[in-house]
Design a binder for this molecule. Structure first.
Ligand SMILES: [Zn+2]
Length: 191
């Protein structure tokens, strides 16, 4: 049989764990949410130790994401790509900050518990993100878990900034790293 659709879901716990009515002012509170999602995901064994969230100009959540690679048999289902895809479906915008060509609706912010891997880095260019907020570094991910984050351009931050995407790194880095460390010590995938 030829498959002609995909169906990806977040774990049911997101509805109880996330307060989608409140505002998340400032960078730290946005990354805090992404890290909380990463923690929930390993506690619930519903995917890898990564969380992300997309916020609108009013500091409210448009969508959240967690890693769903193993539960959904989908290597593309990283926290950042899940959050972006769900935000795009909710807003019906392929570029989140561009409701129609030539019209801007930013700033759109993506907060992620860990630095985007090579796949998610590429996705950032087309998603219509204005600001990228990052907790742990890829070096932390690779030191604390067995994940290989893949190759990035040497000046990956500059490549984003030259395309109008502001990058803030090392936000709540220790807290993000603590989740990675716990996941690594639990034994990694599936543990
Ligand atoms: Zn990724």
């Amino acid at each position: 049989m030829l498959y002609a659709q995909i169906h990806l879901t977040l774990p049911a716990w997101v509805h109880e764990a996330v307060d989608s009515d409140r505002r998340y002012p400032g960078d730290a509170s946005k990354v805090d949410l992404a890290i909380e999602l990463s923690r929930h995901n390993i506690d619930a064994r519903s995917g890898g130790p990564f969380g992300a969230a997309v916020f609108g100009p009013d500091d409210r959540i448009i969508a959240v994401g967690v890693n769903r690679v193993l539960p959904q048999s989908c290597s593309l289902a990283h926290a950042e790509t899940m959050a972006v895809m769900l935000a795009q479906q909710r807003t019906q915008r392929a570029r989140l900050n561009e409701p129609e060509p030539g019209v801007t609706a930013g700033p759109i912010t993506l907060a992620t518990s860990s630095q985007p891997c090579c796949q998610c880095y590429g996705a950032m260019f087309w998603a219509g993100i204005d600001r990228l907020l990052i907790g742990a570094r890829s070096a932390d991910v690779e030191a604390l878990t067995e994940f290989d984050e893949g190759p990035l351009p040497a000046d990956w931050v500059g490549e984003l900034q030259r395309r109008g995407i502001e990058v803030e790194r090392d936000l709540q880095r220790d807290q993000a790293g603590a989740v990675l460390r716990d996941y690594g010590q639990l034994g990694g995938p599936g543990y």
